[in-house]
Design a protein around this ligand. Structure first.
Ligand SMILES: CC(C)(COP(=O)(O)OP(=O)(O)OC[C@H]1O[C@@H](n2cnc3c(N)ncnc32)[C@H](O)[C@@H]1OP(=O)(O)O)[C@@H](O)C(=O)NCCC(=O)NCCS
Length: 335
């Protein structure tokens, strides 16, 4: 059996910075409320004039990751693309990246696991590499939230939280013993699906029905979040996923060199940090600058932490995420 390790990382965020004060022009909100509840100061939202999409951002992040891996696009054997905001309802983003990067006709898989999408994708990529089927897999998390948010007071509970961006990793086969992905742990609890969801348009309530109803109060095509319910589940599931990852590898919380939690809310990350007794330098957060970028959040944060020299050879890195589904999970890596 082979092992897999991350050999290249890249991210891209749009230039357009949207501050909390900017938001207060469109909705009844303010910087103090947003910072106090979420830690977010600003986020990046695509400027529609640029024509940027989920896939174009993914391509930019991917080019950096592939180059840093010392590879070319032709060395990549498979694409895994996590997003809840694809350019089109179908096909998904994977084939768009394959086309835009002018790659050979390799397989492209789309993962629909929202905030834990990158964790799931990394785990799937790891399995393909372990079995020997593929050598180098491009794993992407990218989101264009800004196009689909309700930018009014009615939508403020959700809209202020989410941002746009993309990250990519190249996962490669390695012969190095004890290096790379040590384990991954995936979970779901679908009975809470509606607590954080965008219900329509989808086959349960399809476009013709929505048009026929013509209901000005219909918010089913905007994301809905039961914030406090999500918060309570997130803190429990994050902790469980981290503990599970440590126990599977006979490790202690003191062994963690870098925890990258999904950037859902700074308060959640701080709660987890305190619970595990981790010093500030062993946890990386950037939600203050990017908001919650869902499937892109873990990979953007991982890339930034690595770029800043906060992750070094031999470090134990734990990635953990929780989100819509509910789905959650962790990946434990030895760098
Ligand atoms: C979303 C979240 C920040 C909201 O914080 P909260 O303390 O739960 O706030 P509530 O939703 O109870 O709202 C409190 C009040 O603020 C108001 N409010 C909501 N959004 C607001 C905003 N952007 N600006 C100002 N006021 C706002 C509400 O209308 C409510 O007013 P009321 O008391 O007059 O009814 C918080 O619940 C949260 O972070 N949850 C987890 C989110 C998460 O992790 N999501 C991603 C998972 S992947």
């Amino acid at each position: 059996m082979y092992s897999s390790k991350i050999t290249g990382l890249g991210y891209f965020v749009p230039d357009n910075v949207v501050t909390n004060d900017d938001l207060s022009q469109w909705m009844d909100t303010n910087d103090e409320w947003i910072q106090e509840r979420t830690g977010i100061k600003e986020r990046r939202w695509i400027d529609p004039k640029t024509g940027e999409t989920t896939s174009t951002m993914a391509v930019k992040a991917s080019k950096i990751a592939i180059e840093r891996a010392g590879l070319t696009k032709d060395d990549i054997d498979f694409i895994i693309f996590a997003t809840l905001s694809p350019d089109m309802y179908f096909p998904g983003g994977g084939v768009r990246v394959q086309d835009m990067l002018d790659m050979p006709t390799i397989g492209a898989l789309d993962v629909r696991n929202q905030c834990s999408g990158f964790i799931y994708s990394l785990s799937v990529a790891d399995q393909f590499i372990k079995t020997g089927m593929y050598k180098n897999i491009l794993v992407i998390g990218a989101e264009n939230h800004s196009g689909g948010l309700e930018k009014s007071t009615r939508g403020r509970g959700v809209t202020v939280i989410f941002g746009d961006g993309a990250g990519a990793a190249v996962l490669s086969r390695t012969e190095e013993k004890g290096k790379g992905i040590l384990s991954s742990h995936l979970h779901s609890e679908g009975k809470h699906a509606k607590e954080l969801a965008l219900e329509g348009p989808a086959t349960q309530r399809w476009v013709p029905e929505i048009i026929a109803e013509n209901d000005p109060n219909d918010v089913s095509y905007f994301p809905y979040m039961n914030g406090q319910f999500v918060f309570k589940h997130a803190v429990v599931r994050f902790s469980e996923a981290i503990v599970e990852g440590l126990q599977a590898n006979n490790l202690q919380k003191e062994d963690i060199d870098m925890l990258i939690p999904h950037q859902a809310n700074l308060r959640i990350a701080q709660f987890i940090q305190k619970k595990f007794g981790l010093p500030d330098e062993n946890v990386y957060n950037n939600i203050q600058r990017y908001g919650n970028t869902t499937a892109a959040s873990v990979i953007i944060a991982l890339t930034e932490a690595w770029e800043k020299g906060k992750i070094n050879d031999g470090d134990l890195v734990v990635l953990a995420a929780f989100g819509s589904g509910f789905t959650w999970g962790s990946v434990v890596l030895r760098w």
